[in-house]
Write a protein that binds this ligand. Sequence first.
Ligand SMILES: Cc1cc2nc3c(=O)[nH]c(=O)nc-3n(C[C@H](O)[C@H](O)[C@H](O)COP(=O)(O)OP(=O)(O)OC[C@H]3O[C@@H](n4cnc5c(N)ncnc54)[C@H](O)[C@@H]3O)c2cc1C
Length: 350
Amino acid sequence: MITTDILIIGAGPTGLFAVFEAGLLKLKCHIIDALPQPGGQLAELYPKKPIFDIPGYPSVMAGELVDNLMEQIKQFQPGFTLNERAETIDKLEDGTFIVTTNKGTKHHAKAVAIAGGLGSFEPRKPLIENIADYEEKGVEYFVKKPEIFEGKRVVIAGGGDSALDWSIFLSNVASEVTLVHRRNEFRGALDSVEKVQELKKLGKINLITPAEVKAIKGEEKVESLVIEREGEEMIVETDYFIPLFGLTPKLGPIADWGLEIEKNAIKVNNALDYQTNIEGVYAIGDVNTYPGKLKLILCGFHEATLMCQSVYNRLNPGKKYVLKYTTVSGVNGFDGTRKEAEKQVVKAIE
Ligand SMILES: Cc1cc2nc3c(=O)[nH]c(=O)nc-3n(C[C@H](O)[C@H](O)[C@H](O)COP(=O)(O)OP(=O)(O)OC[C@H]3O[C@@H](n4cnc5c(N)ncnc54)[C@H](O)[C@@H]3O)c2cc1C
């Protein structure tokens, strides 16, 4: 059993920054995410796009912002349960919670902060009748461990950044990479499209467009694909089929936790602390809703900060909390009390 003060569901920017704010208050955090890496939408959907509305950064790549958030929270040593979806929640008599994942990992926490964004991302699957029979038998919707493709034949389908980037990356790992897209034009970044064309010329990527994978064949695992191009069918032998058609967000199991939901988002008390209708369970970032809600990273950061203050007050009844500046207290030398804050201010003035 993993134990923590605040269990954060979702390792997007909101969940990651919550670890920092909790750390300032000496609260331990553990994060669960259904994806194999932290960063939420920034890592999964647009790591190479610049963001222009993060205070103090005229421009920052989404992937770089995630790296910086990870660096900022490292000092507080959060725990991570990645690649697992938070499935059920049980409130114990003492007001603490047990959250269990789809893989059975149990987490015991004094408070739960749902920072689930648009929900847990599920891969958008192609409409191929028997595709489910080949899942984990050659059909992969994510490239979690690129090394498994070493020396193997791989067919990637899709026209966005993921399909292009992984085709480029795997052209140095797999023995054969084929990229199939239903149009001649790609939606991804121009430099990635140019790189794919260059690798095609060098014979390192086979490009089949405009075409679609219509069927999967194989006894025990994927052995070949039926690909249709302009009305003609061809068979391509392969070890792996990786359809990268994006992700569909789903609130998923959280929708059944007894929370008040409005338009696929969790209603919270925004006048106070972003707590839900279940005491001790908060919802922050894109996952919540309240009058005037804006789904922006900056708003998630603000909500995470107030949530942490509320948890601190809940767990330390009667202890007077004094707001501190990190410029005065640093990140470690403060226990939240007035006496300690005064000591820090005197030190800073000296
Ligand atoms: C293309 C694009 C461009 C954008 N540009 C900007 C911009 O310029 N500025 C800006 O402020 N915002 C921008 N946004 C919006 C911004 O990305 C979101 O506001 C932000 O990601 C919300 O962060 P979050 O941490 O609340 O949620 P998310 O980033 O969505 O992260 C939520 C995480 O929770 C996980 N999760 C959900 N349910 C579960 C579960 N049951 N178990 C385990 N894990 C779970 C998900 O897997 C996900 O990793 C953009 C969004 C997109 C798609």
